[in-house]
Design a protein around this ligand. Structure first.
Ligand code: ADP
Ligand code: MG
Length: 242
């Protein structure tokens, strides 16, 4: 009997006449703003990668996430789409009621300037049609344009820990309204000695925040960080990691 059932299951999977494959889900199948879906489509991004398909329902529901997956699996939009979805843009009704300049609604902390620039680019492209302003900050670059952008108001700040702390210390950056916080490549931040800085930043964000942590590996210090700053996180692993 068991053998028969296996045969039936295999037959159903085979590409035979009457079998119609289930359509792959698209970003439009998730509760994502049509302008975000359209912006992604303009860049050829229509079907979520597995880590994205797993992350979207949980993250769009506002839950904390620990994501573990190898490089190139699409983690950026896994957190980026839910992050942008939660952001209120200047084009939205009710924007006037939002807090003043210098108070981003979302923060992404990244270990290196290269990663910060890459993440910002992805967020900018996906959020462009909604008019979401993304600022990238990192060391070794003039403060003035970053300060000017903060004064004008930005919805999302992406940066490396040191420069984020500098701007916060100088009161140009106020993280108290940051209600979406992403720690990208957390294990890399640990290796570079940034965890104390990350903790300083986390402590300044909204206690009501949604926190998403991504890391290729989960050393004890990252697990401890997650325990301290995350609330009942859902663990998501893309297939193929060790
Ligand atoms: P990771 O952060 O896991 O290393 P990225 O988020 O940088 O991976 O994504 C890797 C590459 O895949 C990028 O070039 C990105 O634009 C592309 N990409 C991400 N998601 C999709 C998708 N759903 N469809 C097509 N390309 C995608
Ligand atoms: Mg990445």
């Amino acid at each position: 009997e068991a053998t028969d059932q296996t045969d039936v299951a295999e037959a159903a999977d085979a590409p035979q006449g009457a079998a119609v494959p289930a359509p792959e889900p698209t970003f439009a199948d998730f509760p994502v703003h049509p302008d975000i879906v359209a912006a992604l489509a303009e860049h050829g991004i229509v079907t979520p990668f597995p880590i994205q398909a797993m992350t979207l329902p949980v993250a769009l529901g506002g839950h904390d996430i620990i994501g573990q997956a190898k490089t190139g699996t699409g983690k950026t939009l896994g957190f980026g789409v839910p992050l942008l979805q939660r952001v209120v843009s200047p084009a939205d009704e009710g924007f006037d009621a939002l807090p003043a300049p210098g108070k981003p609604q979302a923060l992404v902390v990244a270990p290196t300037r290269e990663l910060a620039v890459q993440v910002s680019g992805d967020l900018e492209r996906a959020g462009a049609k909604r008019g979401i302003r993304v600022l990238t900050v990192y060391g070794g670059r003039a403060y003035e344009p970053q300060i000017e952008a903060l004064k004008n108001g930005v919805e999302v700040v992406v940066g490396t820990p040191g420069r984020l702390i500098d701007l916060a210390k100088q009161k140009y950056l106020d993280l108290s309204r940051a209600r979406t916080v992403v720690l990208d490549e957390a294990d890399e931040m640990l290796d570079l000695g940034f965890l104390p800085d990350v903790e300083t930043l986390m402590a300044q964000t909204s206690p009501q925040r949604q926190t998403m942590l991504f890391s290729a590996t989960m050393p004890g210090a990252i697990v401890a960080l997650a325990r301290r700053y995350m609330s009942q996180p859902t663990h998501i692993r893309a297939m193929g990691d060790d």
